[in-house]
Design a binder for this molecule. Sequence first.
Ligand SMILES: C[S@@+](CC[C@H](N)C(=O)[O-])C[C@H]1O[C@@H](n2cnc3c(N)ncnc32)[C@H](O)[C@@H]1O
Length: 208
Amino acid sequence: MANDSESDFPFSQACENNKYPILEHLKTLLTGFQSVLEIGSGTGQHALYFAQSLPNLTWHSSDVASNLASLSRRIVHASLENLPEPIRLDVDRRPWGCGRFDAVFTANSLHIMSESSVENLFVEIPDHLNAQAQLLIYGPFKYKGAFTTASNASFDEWLKERNPVSGVRDFEWINALAQRAGLRLKQDLSMPANNQLLVWDKHSSARP
Ligand SMILES: C[S@@+](CC[C@H](N)C(=O)[O-])C[C@H]1O[C@@H](n2cnc3c(N)ncnc32)[C@H](O)[C@@H]1O
């Protein structure tokens, strides 16, 4: 609605805090890129901020049907040329049918989805990446089965109480899924609040 103000939209404090350090990396990582598909855009705060800050990129937000209306409100209200209306995208509803992008980005979604949904995401991803594309995943991860901090272990417990299929994922498992999808780990960046920004690119021999 035209009269909506920012305070009328769903809000995540975590998203507000982490958008700044994430952007600092995106500025470099996405140089020369033209299109990004974001999976699980949630409140749309990331989509809006990154689209405003990176005007040469078209930022395609998306989410499951149940979250699409509230996400759309923020995106449509922003009325930015490089921020089209969100795509309805549930990683389990394959094929996604939304075309190819220079990058796929997702934040704080893998620990919410079930393991089978995470697997579906990686099976589908190669069909949505252009030749030199990157996959960027932000969130907390375990390494060799161990939490990086006690607070991430508590977060994992909290997630599982909410929904037993959720949980902080193992970096090694995610990286193995990525490799199976024809991706090669390029960077594992430590971020504030015990999170990582993981970046993969396509093997030059991978299918287009
Ligand atoms: C914790 S929120 C993160 C939202 C936002 N990316 C952020 O960083 O604030 C998790 C997001 O994953 C989305 N999600 C959960 N299951 C999904 C699925 N099967 N396919 C696509 N998105 C899904 C949720 O709707 C939600 O938007």
